[in-house]
Design a protein around this ligand. Sequence first.
Ligand SMILES: Cc1cc2nc3c(=O)[nH]c(=O)nc-3n(C[C@H](O)[C@H](O)[C@H](O)COP(=O)(O)O)c2cc1C
Length: 369
Amino acid sequence: MTEGRERPRFLDLESLERRARDALDPMAWAYFSGGAERERLLEENVAAWERFRLYPRVLVDVSSVRSATSVLGAPVSLPVVVGPTALQRLAHPEGELATVRGAAAAGAAMVLSSLATCDLDEVAAAAGGAVLHMQVYVLKDRARTAEMVQRAAAAGYRALVFTVDIPVSGLRTREVEHGVRLPDHLGLPNVADPDSARHGWGFVEHVVREFDPALSLDDIAWLGGLSHLPVVVKGLCRADDALRCAEAGAAAVVVSNHGGRQLDDAPASAEVLREVADAVGGRMEVYVDGGIRRAADVVKALALGADAVLLGRPVLWALATGGAEGVMELLENFRSELERIMALCGARQPSEIEPSMVGRIGERPGERP
Ligand SMILES: Cc1cc2nc3c(=O)[nH]c(=O)nc-3n(C[C@H](O)[C@H](O)[C@H](O)COP(=O)(O)O)c2cc1C
């Protein structure tokens, strides 16, 4: 009966997550899935999107709906970017190489972590035209940081994503309990893996001790001065911080709490996005991550002022269960579901998703709290 018709794609992230949990060893699962302290924010990030409702516009011709947009001027097939997550070879033997192949096949952008287990040149070579950004942890050893940035610029990465929410590691209780460490056959080729980190408990804690805890606004210009690449500041939740970053030369900001892995008492991303976007949205691009699990969450984020969202853990679940194919399928499912929700809301392209299409429960749509 349905022969010749494409079967509707849909996201089922709960079952994907269950399958990933079964596929991963307990240490990798603890590292990927855990949050900081009581893991309140880990749950709150997801729950907060549910506190918003979409207000669809009707009688709009939605016979053609496309999720295609751009990220810092580069065309992408959807406003969903693969966020930077470390140690992807703990999820799949091909690690970041598989992730970038999946992202490229779906026409999505990807941010490579400084703590990737694959070499940034090899990832760029496998990218097949995908838009790639390089996430940067500024190390106390500035020369090592500068070398990585210059390699990324030469390899064709199009932006630096400067993560600023990890001056010290959050207290990752599950990581401590499971003794998360890097297996001997894996390395961190882009930051010249510190050997000391391999020993004893608390791999992440050790690596983070190499990060510079004395960063300031001036480091946006310092990073910008190392190459021609624009600097995106990732990991803030305050409008005043976003404004200061804009004034200091940032090209964009990511509203993010590191997926609930740092300050457990910080607010959920969905709760603070509108305030940040209102402050700087006209001047720079604004992205958001944390708890985005459904296409409707993406539409809510865009209506609240984001230009695109980043995905963290869902990509790791897709990678762990299906490698490059799994990542592509996840992103394709997001795209097709996103286009369905956009049609239902009366938005033919991402730029037609407006503030009036979202309201927090108890508020009028588009209302400022
Ligand atoms: C296992 C894991 C590793 C991460 N590694 C990095 C990293 O190396 N650099 C970074 O900027 N953010 C890192 N993050 C944070 C993500 O980029 C992102 O902010 C967060 O995962 C988004 O939330 P979500 O997982 O709920 O989608 C990591 C997150 C996870 C879950």
